[in-house]
Write a protein that binds this ligand. Structure first.
Ligand SMILES: [Zn+2]
Length: 428
């Protein structure tokens, strides 16, 4: 018997995992599946690689090589500056002196290992990942290190995001959506590839392994501090990280050893592109339709591009709206000026560079302090979703992944795209 089942948040139907299932079969509104672990007790297994120390709460039957795991520590100087007595940083990134070894400098390194280890070794299929940047970088690194087959589809303008500290293995292939293509064009192209034999989609928010991987941030906090936080701060694009944090909290609440308190989600986006922030401020159960061109304009004005998902999993059952309701959550809009200031303050006090998205999270914590939303004695978790990139680039010469093909904007929507993909992978 597997150590977990998948349960539909909407209808409650349970499934044994076939390693690939993303959705419920029943005819109802869109809903997430959630992992239900049969053994409720969480035992941290430090002997396993990286994040797999939390394997009890990961839907995996094996482990693969990885170094990255969240690192929780008590902030002394930033906490003091903000007047917070119990501020803990969950650091995701590269900071070897502190014990943090995500060489992609991004918490996306918590998603790729669990997604890949959910699938049996030698399943004979190749995973297809569409990405605009750091997700792709994380999958490329982990697949390369483990010799696992991957096809990565990204917009050409993000090609410089796909780097590694070592040369890439031949198991990893890159396809570009060229010209002015954006993330959604990359998704369209990847969708055509998963229609061919021998490929399967990574699945995004619908993949339980992706969410449970990200949820290890909350597990690490609880294992380090001994209880769940009262307030959990994280910047979001799709909001999947917020869903994952809430699901991890629910498991710990049921586990029982980490306190009986409630955890409030504090989720932030980068002004002016803040669809989740605005929708939740008005308690809307769905994000209102908007003009794609106006959205794209707003996105160009943000500094944290990874936070700009135009189709987040907000309205579906078990999605962002639901977890904000359940956690009495709050949302924040953080301007570029606030984010840059927060990045600089964090580096000054904590001694490590952080990414723009993490700057947005720190900026939201500053707003919460200013507005009296958190009290000085509250137990607070601040998820730094990316840090140490400058340090990686100082410590290593970077290797970039060469594309095997580039599709023009016109080609992606056309009929010949499938033939071109078939020809590329014929005999592979
Ligand atoms: Zn269902």
């Amino acid at each position: 018997m597997a150590k977990y089942v998948l349960k539909c948040v909407e209808c409650g139907k349970e499934y044994e995992d076939d390693s690939f299932r993303l959705r419920c079969d029943e005819d109802h509104e869109p809903a997430l599946l959630r992992t239900i672990y049969r053994k409720k007790e969480l035992t941290v297994k430090d002997e396993l690689p990286g994040m797999f120390k939390f394997a009890d709460y990961l839907p995996v039957g094996r482990v693969i090589d990885c170094m990255g795991a969240p690192l929780t520590y008590k902030s002394e100087r930033l906490g003091k500056y903000l007047g917070l007595e119990k501020l803990y940083v969950i650091f995701n990134g590269y900071w070897p002196e502190k014990g943090a070894f995500m060489e992609t400098a991004s918490f996306k390194e918590l998603e790729a290992p669990s997604v890949l280890a959910r699938v049996p070794k030698d399943c004979g299929k190749t995973i297809v990942v569409a990405s605009a940047g750091n997700t792709g970088r994380a999958f490329a690194r982990i697949c390369s290190e483990n010799g696992l087959p991957l096809v990565l589809v990204i917009p050409q303008q993000s090609a410089d995001q796909i780097w590694n500290t070592k040369p890439f293995s031949d198991s990893v292939k890159l396809i570009l959506a060229g010209g002015n293509s954006d993330y959604f064009d990359a998704i369209t192209l990847a969708g055509k590839l998963v229609g061919l034999n021998g490929f399967f989609p990574e699945g995004g928010a619908f993949n339980v392994a992706r969410r449970d991987g990200m949820g290890t941030t909350v597990l690490d906090f609880a294992a380090t501090v001994g209880e769940v936080p009262k307030h959990y701060f994280q910047a979001i694009g799709s909001g999947t990280g917020g869903i994952a944090a809430w699901e991890a909290y629910l498991r710990l609440a049921e586990e029982g050893r980490y306190g009986n308190g409630c955890m409030t989600l504090h989720l932030s986006q980068n002004h002016p592109f803040v669809p989740i922030t605005e929708s939740w401020a008005d308690r809307l159960p769905e994000i209102p339709a908007s003009d794609p061109e106006s959205d794209k304009m707003k996105i160009t004005e943000t500094c944290a591009k990874v936070l700009t998902n135009r189709k987040p999993p907000y309205a579906l059952r078990g999605g962002v709206y639901d977890v904000l309701c359940e956690s009495s959550g709050r949302t924040y809009a953080v301007t570029n000026t606030e984010a840059y200031r927060a990045m600089s303050i964090f580096e000054k006090f904590e001694g490590i560079d952080i990414c723009h998205a993490a700057g947005v999270a720190v900026g939201s914590l500053m707003q919460a302090v200013e507005n009296g939303i958190v009290a000085s004695g509250d137990l607070i978790a601040l998820n730094i979703t990316g840090g140490g990139e400058r340090k990686v680039k100082t410590d290593y010469d970077l290797h970039y992944l060469e594309p095997i093909a580039c599709f023009s904007d016109g080609e992606i929507g056309g009929r010949d795209a499938v033939h071109k993909l078939e020809a590329l992978f014929a005999g592979v």
